[in-house]
Design a protein. Structure first.
Length: 72
Protein backbone atom coordinates (compact mmCIF):
# COMPACT_ATOMS: atom_id res chain seq x y z
CA UNK A 1 0.00 0.00 0.00
CA UNK A 2 1.25 3.46 -0.88
CA UNK A 3 -0.12 6.56 0.83
CA UNK A 4 0.72 10.27 0.85
CA UNK A 5 0.44 12.45 3.95
CA UNK A 6 0.58 16.21 4.43
CA UNK A 7 3.09 17.45 6.99
CA UNK A 8 2.66 20.52 9.16
CA UNK A 9 5.58 22.47 10.72
CA UNK A 10 8.43 20.54 9.10
CA UNK A 11 11.15 23.14 9.69
CA UNK A 12 14.17 22.13 7.61
CA UNK A 13 15.35 19.99 4.71
CA UNK A 14 17.95 18.30 6.94
CA UNK A 15 15.21 17.13 9.32
CA UNK A 16 13.21 15.82 6.35
CA UNK A 17 16.22 13.77 5.21
CA UNK A 18 16.74 12.38 8.73
CA UNK A 19 13.05 11.45 8.97
CA UNK A 20 13.18 9.74 5.57
CA UNK A 21 16.25 7.68 6.56
CA UNK A 22 14.68 6.66 9.87
CA UNK A 23 11.37 5.66 8.22
CA UNK A 24 13.15 3.50 5.65
CA UNK A 25 14.76 1.49 8.49
CA UNK A 26 11.38 0.51 9.99
CA UNK A 27 10.49 -3.14 9.39
CA UNK A 28 7.74 -3.45 6.77
CA UNK A 29 8.47 -0.15 5.01
CA UNK A 30 9.24 -0.74 1.31
CA UNK A 31 9.93 2.90 0.43
CA UNK A 32 9.49 6.38 1.86
CA UNK A 33 10.06 9.96 0.74
CA UNK A 34 9.80 13.12 2.83
CA UNK A 35 9.69 16.37 0.88
CA UNK A 36 10.53 19.54 2.79
CA UNK A 37 9.52 21.79 -0.12
CA UNK A 38 6.13 20.14 -0.64
CA UNK A 39 5.60 19.42 3.08
CA UNK A 40 4.51 15.90 2.11
CA UNK A 41 5.50 12.36 3.00
CA UNK A 42 4.91 9.28 0.85
CA UNK A 43 5.06 5.86 2.48
CA UNK A 44 4.90 2.45 0.83
CA UNK A 45 4.51 -0.38 3.35
CA UNK A 46 2.93 -3.78 4.02
CA UNK A 47 -0.87 -3.63 3.65
CA UNK A 48 -1.55 -5.96 6.57
CA UNK A 49 0.51 -3.94 9.06
CA UNK A 50 0.05 -0.43 7.63
CA UNK A 51 -1.62 1.13 10.70
CA UNK A 52 0.95 -0.41 13.05
CA UNK A 53 3.80 0.82 10.82
CA UNK A 54 2.29 4.32 10.71
CA UNK A 55 2.35 4.44 14.52
CA UNK A 56 6.07 3.64 14.42
CA UNK A 57 6.61 6.30 11.74
CA UNK A 58 4.85 8.94 13.86
CA UNK A 59 7.03 8.03 16.87
CA UNK A 60 10.26 8.16 14.82
CA UNK A 61 9.33 11.50 13.27
CA UNK A 62 8.56 13.02 16.69
CA UNK A 63 12.11 12.14 17.81
CA UNK A 64 13.64 13.91 14.80
CA UNK A 65 11.25 16.87 14.58
CA UNK A 66 9.03 17.21 17.69
CA UNK A 67 6.98 20.07 16.18
CA UNK A 68 6.14 18.24 12.96
CA UNK A 69 2.60 16.89 12.64
CA UNK A 70 1.69 14.11 10.21
CA UNK A 71 -1.89 14.66 9.06
CA UNK A 72 -3.18 11.08 8.94
Amino acid sequence: MKKRFKLTDLDCANCAAKMEDAIKKIDGVKDATVSFMAQKMTVEADDARFDEIMQEIVAVCKKVEPDCIINL
